[in-house]
Design a protein around this ligand. Structure first.
Ligand code: 13P
Length: 246
């Protein structure tokens, strides 16, 4: 039985005043049957943890090295040291904005897990790739290339986020989500064996909202969501957490 996860990715949004949303979220979600996480911009992590809101806090990226001359980057070791539980790696916005390759994402995932963090590894096709009928091929290439050999159910979560569904209000059809998640599960089984693969949580991301979360989270092999815009407000995200707790 996989425990569902509702993870919020604040992206480059949120100021200290927005920590009030975390306090509100904590009181709205005090009894949940799922893991609840928020990944704010890195400088907000200590203040978010200091609220002791009972919500897991994660980073949005880490460097593949644990220290060194890499101005502006954040290491997985530091994220772990300040109390983060997880870090997102390979988000499509980083793949696009910073030309991150599968090999780099894999190295970051390795850095994350060896620092003791959960790596939330993101994959997903662009609209052009989908239109060309290449969705499953792209998902296979990214999943294979981005996951390290040491992947386990405890140290890794995979997020399928079709790029064209992110921030657009367009959600993938349930049948498409089911097809991709089943394909990911099969690939994980082939590589890591059924016991490991069947424990790895597969999140869907891309315009998850209070109105569609319950349907999406009830699909086979969907173990929760990675949520952008709708994670910024406690009123929205608490409804999504509730959907993941059913
Ligand atoms: P939206 O929920 O805003 O579409 O963003 C999804 C996402 O990119 C989460 O990582």
């Amino acid at each position: 039985m996989r425990r569902k996860m509702a993870a919020g990715n604040w992206k480059m949004n949120g100021l200290r005043a927005d920590l009030a949303e975390i306090t509100a979220l904590a009181s709205a979600t005090s009894t949940t049957a799922c893991d609840v996480m928020i990944c704010p911009p890195a400088p907000l992590i200590p203040a978010m943890l200091a609220l002791e809101a009972g919500i897991m806090v994660g980073g949005q990226d880490c460097h593949a090295e644990q220290s060194g001359a890499h101005t502006g980057d954040v290491s997985a070791t530091l994220l772990k040291d300040i109390g983060a539980s997880a870090v997102i790696v390979g988000h499509s916005e980083r793949r696009a904005d910073h030309a991150e390759t599968d090999a780099e994402v894999r190295a970051k995932a390795e850095a994350a897990t060896s620092a003791g963090l959960i790596a939330i590894v993101c994959i997903g096709e662009t609209e052009a790739e989908r239109d060309a009928g290449d969705t499953l091929k792209v998902v296979e290439t990214q999943l294979t290339g981005s996951l390290p050999d040491g992947t386990t159910a405890a140290n890794t979560v995979v997020a399928y986020e079709p790029v064209w569904a992110i921030g657009t209000g367009k959600t993938a059809q349930s049948s498409d989500i089911v097809e991709v998640h089943a394909a990911m599960r099969a690939l994980l089984r082939a590589r890591f064996g059924a016991e490991v693969a069947d424990g790895i949580r597969l999140l869907y991301g891309g315009s998850v909202k209070p109105g569609n979360a319950e349907e999406i989270f009830s699909l086979p092999d969907v173990d929760g969501g990675l949520v952008g815009g709708a994670s910024l407000k406690a009123a929205d995200f608490s409804a999504i957490v509730a959907a993941a707790s059913r």
